[in-house]
Design a protein. Structure first.
Ligand code: UT7
Length: 334
């Protein structure tokens, strides 16, 4: 029986840091509100002209070095901010890594994208379609945020993270466990960029209603769904793995809001200090959130070989998911 095994991890944050003070200068908000309601102090943003592929290539290079391999047999990119609407961004990432002729495609599951990407990657490997893959989560939300919208601008940041998956056996460290993935399209309007797709294309002749070209979110409703869905998916994934929630050593949950992490911790009855968190420094980085938090955990020593790890995410769609693994021995490459 084959399994997909995590063999390398890389992350990348663009150098420019935006502080709460910088946002307060142009928005009707306060440092206290942002810290207490969301838990963010700084976030990283790309320079004008840069794009998601630039972040993703940097993270992917580091993941390949961490795995000690020159290349892999395919690239999956989870993103909400592709370089352009067509074609997908993953083939460009693959070719910039020197991976020519490999399968490469994007996954659009918003903040759940990386967990969906792991699920799809695990499927390709266990089915024998691929022997190794890069799964990248990369997003540049600064390119879709309305700079005047205080309800979104203070939350998100840009970044990318990546893992190398290779074929292995289900009982070795790093093997991805069972997945619990879900969606509810009835609530699609809670997280949207309304214009730019086939429903509402923008062109010289058709100008979208003001704001429709930007990311919009109904925060309060999203909050409640995020807590309920991440908790439920986590319970299912842990149960399918044959673990009790109390056995989980580390939770790497989508870094949407510190209060969401508090609520999921209470729902699952897993102590809050087992949740790795870097939202203070990077904000909500959407598809990059989980691999960036993994890298943060390895760097700080919170995430160590042999620990039982739960990954869970929630995002637009709505979408959600969770999976488990025993953390493998691996080191980060700069
Ligand atoms: O990554 C995908 C998944 N995303 C999430 O899971 C995000 C989930 N949602 C959240 O994290 C939170 O709902 C937010 C951080 C977006 C908002 O926090 P909240 O505690 O739910 O605030 P709220 O939307 O209920 O707004 C409370 C008040 C409102 O004023 P009134 O109506 O009470 O007078 C807002 O207008 O806070 C106001 N407000 C702000 N005040 C200062 C909203 N944004 C700001 C702001 N600064 N930046």
């Amino acid at each position: 029986m084959r399994a997909a095994v995590v063999a390398g991890l890389g992350s990348w944050l663009p150098p420019r840091v935006v502080t709460n003070d910088e946002l307060i200068a142009r928005l009707d908000t306060t440092d206290e509100w942002i810290r207490s309601r969301i838990g963010v102090v700084t976030r990283h943003v790309i320079e004008p002209g840069a794009a998601t592929s630039d972040l993703s290539v940097e993270a992917a290079r580091r993941a390949l070095r961490s795995a000690g391999v020159p290349g892999v047999g395919g690239v999956i990119l989870a993103t909400t901010t592709p370089d352009r609407p067509c074609p997908a961004t993953a083939p460009e990432i693959a070719s910039r890594l020197g991976l020519i002729d490999v399968p490469a495609f994007d996954i659009a599951a918003v903040c759940t994208g990386f967990v969906y990407g792991l699920g799809v990657g695990a499927g390709l490997i266990t089915a024998g379609i691929a022997d190794s893959l890069l799964v990248v989560g990369g997003d540049a939300y600064s390119t879709i945020l309305n700079p005047q919208d205080r309800t979104t601008s203070v939350i998100f940041g840009d970044g990318a993270g990546a893992v190398v998956l290779r074929a292995g056996s289900p009982d070795e460290p790093g093997a991805l466990g069972p997945f619990d993935l879900g969606s509810d399209g009835r609530l699609a309007d809670l997280i949207t960029v309304r214009a730019g797709g086939s429903r509402q294309r923008s062109s010289r002749d058709v100008v979208p209603p003001p704001g429709d070209e930007f990311f919009q979110m109904e925060g309060r409703q999203v909050f409640a769904n995020a807590v309920a869905r991440m908790s439920e998916a986590s319970r299912n994934a842990v149960k399918r793995q044959g673990w009790a929630a109390s056995e989980v050593d580390r939770v790497i949950a989508h870094q949407a809001n510190v209060r969401i992490l508090d609520a999921v911790s209470a729902e699952l009855d897993v102590p809050r200090d087992r949740f790795v968190s870097n939202i203070t420094d990077v904000g909500n980085t959407s598809a990059a959130s989980i691999p960036l938090a993994l890298a943060h955990g390895v760097r700080t020593g919170e995430l160590r070989a042999g620990q039982k790890v739960l990954l869970t995410a929630f995002g637009g769609g709505l979408t959600w998911g969770a999976t488990t693994l025993v953390w493998p021995e691996l080191s980060l490459a700069e």
